[in-house]
Design a protein around this ligand. Sequence first.
Ligand SMILES: *Cc1c(COP(=O)(O)O)cnc(C)c1O
Length: 364
Amino acid sequence: MSSLSTFDAAQERAFRRRAFPSATAADWADWRWQLRHRIRSGRGLERVLELSADERRALAAPDTWRMPLAVTPYMLGLLSRETPGGPLRRTLLPDVREARTGKGERRDPLGEEAHQVAPGLVRSYPHKALLLATADCAGFCRYCTRARTAPAPLGGRPGAAPPDSGRALAWLRRHPEVRDVLVSGGDPLVMSDARLEHLLRALRAIPHVDLIRIGTKTPAVLPQRITPALARLFRSVRPLWLSLHFTHPSELTPRAAEACGRLLDAGLPLMNQTVLLRGINDDVETMRRLNERLLHLGVKPYYLHQGDLAAGTGHLRSTVARGRAILRALCGQVSGYAIPHFMFDPPGGGGKRHLFPGGGRGGD
Ligand SMILES: *Cc1c(COP(=O)(O)O)cnc(C)c1O
């Protein structure tokens, strides 16, 4: 029950020697090396992975991608352990169906642009705000709600120019009703320690901002990022909560567990947000394993999101009825702590709604 996904130190080492023969163990453990060596093209994947015809077809047509491709060497190791079309591959590798915009899908499904009050600052609720600190990510999830802000797939830029958070901070200083700031992106933890420290200290210096939260996928795709220095910085700006983004139990490796442990030791409460994904995690057994193992690591499953109506994500979206059925089944099998709230953010920016518990009966 508590066993971790098998990508232990010996397996990591064997993978590194095969796929990155010139990299040392110190390189592999260095988050900057991992970021610099992200795989950004089909050619880089082909070198290491056995690919299906569908995967090849999508990788050969970058003009159809809704987002850039970015896979850390660490994550490539996990992908290499899957068969073609496997669940983690589908979260990170493009699909030709991304070029299709389905019914009701939008470029900006949550209406964030209409709620932008300063560059990179979205305010959809009276007392909380979302600060988009960078557009770059360690790994671009194919179902991302914010594909519109990602760097261009063909640009070859290893990271978009960061927005200057100065105006967002100035706005927050003038708005004492905002007491909760969620720092997200992109992934704020791809920024340097110095930039993060500057931003977090500036937020902490605003007297009415009580709660700071950070949304990050790095413990899943780049666990090396959680260094002792970063944990010390986080510790010093508490109260700080982290929203992690584990999607599948295969991401819960010993290295990911170590990253979570380091954050917990620094006194940070850890929550997890997952998106319900068709054929990836939308079954009872996968959700049970994911949420039970997260609890075991000290991470509270917080939200399970019904996929946003983001353009080009229809092939990855599961159904509300399925999500409800999975959670109902889990209620009889696991600790109540392991049951996330099932949420939907309808198009137009009206705010999140509860689908389970509560939220009425029935289908889609
Ligand atoms: C989801 C969200 C938040 C945080 O919502 P909680 O339900 O408090 O976790 C804040 N701002 C925006 C724009 C959001 O979409």
